[in-house]
Design a protein around this ligand. Structure first.
Ligand SMILES: Nc1nc2c(ncn2[C@@H]2O[C@H](COP(=O)(O)OP(=O)(O)OP(=O)(O)O)[C@@H](O)[C@H]2O)c(=O)[nH]1
Ligand SMILES: [Mg+2]
Length: 330
């Protein structure tokens, strides 16, 4: 089966051949992987590229003096999902992380304050979303590890400073993300099958809404975006608009919270299982424990997706947010 690769793939391949350092090579290979069409014809090529990335990563780690050094550039995923904060220098990314989580990043009036990724957990009802503060986007100069974090994230939160020139900054940011092959998609819509791009669910936050002139700038930005991406007005100090952004970030993950309960007892709602939307009883069992899927006989259901409380449902039943499930084993 022919691979039918898009032109962007060949561009990335050229970059790969031009690359000098292992990091540059990894970056180019990851771009190739990300924009490769998903079908049988590309599987072999994909495996080959992954193997090359593996070998280069080891080489990079040896050169950098061990895995410990590269670990500071990665963030272990936690909670219901991961959203990264992306914006130009001084946009207010770190201040927003501080306002939404218990993390204590450095916030300063000079640009390029943040040098490394910093995660924080943001509570949304009974779930936690991982927010990751990143160094600023520098046109043409965003390092490979930062691009990799953005590619791995579930959601991009793009920050635009409402105290500056939001249209200029938005244009800079948009162009830079396009040059990294990101396709910005509003949450809740299907990305479609566009070749050569990395679709990412995206929210836009106009920051520093407390500053004079910010309200007018917000309107300008809203006109420019014209509903193509959801836009929020926030202020990290004093915290305004945060609840709405917080909720929208969780919703953008497109996950559901499901609770299990033992027969005759209430569910523990403080510890939801997080599943992607469209998951079934089978997926829930598998998520809890691999063996449970095998052992599962049937399930009873209380909640939105059932017809009545205590309804008996089969493995293929599709769950909804806040369903409560009793799993019966053989
Ligand atoms: N008035 C106002 N100032 C803010 C707000 N958020 C951040 N700032 C100020 O803007 C400056 C930059 O804030 P940071 O949060 O450090 O910005 P950043 O995007 O993390 O900056 P880099 O890490 O350098 O990319 C600081 O002086 C903050 O005090 C806000 O909501 N309102
Ligand atoms: Mg910062």
């Amino acid at each position: 089966m022919p691979a039918n690769l898009p032109p962007q793939y060949y561009e990335a391949e050229k970059e790969y051949r031009r690359a000098r350092t292992p990091a540059e090579k990894i970056e180019a290979l990851e771009t190739m992987l990300a924009i490769m069409p998903k079908h049988k014809g590309t599987e072999h090529l994909k495996a080959e590229i992954r193997a090359r990335i593996g070998a280069l990563t080891q080489q990079a780690e040896r050169q950098a003096g061990g895995a410990a050094r590269t670990q500071i550039y990665t963030v272990r995923r936690e909670g219901a999902g991961q959203a990264v904060l992306v914006g130009l220098p001084n946009a207010g990314k770190s201040q927003l992380l501080a306002a939404l989580t218990h993390a204590t990043p450095k916030v300063a009036e000079y640009p390029f304050t943040t040098q490394l990724p910093q995660p924080g957990m943001m509570p949304v009802d009974n779930a936690q979303v991982q927010l990751v503060d990143l160094p600023p986007i520098v046109p043409g100069g965003t390092p490979p590890w930062q691009r990799a974090l953005m590619r791995q994230a579930d959601v991009l939160v793009l920050l635009v400073d409402l105290g500056e020139d939001p249209l200029r900054d938005w244009e800079t940011l948009r162009e830079e993300l396009a040059s990294m092959h990101f396709l910005l998609v509003p949450p809740g819509t299907a990305a479609g099958d566009v070749e050569g791009v990395v679709p990412k669910r995206t929210l836009v936050a106009g920051t520093k809404h407390d500053l004079p002139g910010a309200a007018e700038n917000f309107q300008l930005l809203a006109l420019e975006l014209d509903g193509r991406l959801p836009l929020f007005a926030v202020s990290g100090t004093p915290g305004t608009g945060l609840d709405v952004l917080n909720r929208a970030t969780f919703d953008a993950l497109d996950v559901i919270r499901v609770y299990t309960k033992p027969p005759g007892k209430p569910a523990d709602r403080s510890k939801p299982f997080i599943l992607s939307r469209g998951s079934t009883i089978d997926d829930l069992a598998d998520h809890i424990h691999h063996d449970l899927r095998e052992k599962l006989r049937y399930a009873t259901l209380w909640g939105a997706s059932g017809k009545f409380d205590g309804q008996r449902v089969g493995r293929e039943h599709v769950l909804e947010d806040e369903d409560v499930v009793e799993l019966h084993e053989r």
